[in-house]
Design a protein around this ligand. Sequence first.
Ligand code: ZN
Length: 141
Amino acid sequence: MPSTSELFAGNKIRCTTQRRALYEALVATDSHPTAEELYRMVKPTTTRLSRATVYNTLDTFCRTGLARRLPSNGCCRFDADVSRHLHLWFREDGTIQDVPEELGKKLTQGLPKAVIAEIARMAGVEIEGISIQLMARRPRG
Ligand SMILES: [Zn+2]
């Protein structure tokens, strides 16, 4: 695993204390935080951290492929795990949870390839990948 500063250097991102803290917090959590949640997680231990820095830094991470943006209930959540994996999305509070990799693979590998090829032909496109978000609801009680 490359270090944060090596990753930043490889993506031509200037390594500041704030950016490093934001990236390391995002990698360490699987909660898919919003920018505001990430700000609140990192703020207590990081000097000179503004909301603007958080938003700009997250934009940079997404642009360079170090993180991805997941739309949810009119805002965005962020994931530093950029590997192909599926998500459970909870409409009631907008939270997002990872589906275990093996189960996600089982689901995408079980999709009918002939139908996917037909969709590609019909739309005149090449299908690069499949992204599935499962809409989930927690049991009441
Ligand atoms: Zn995820």
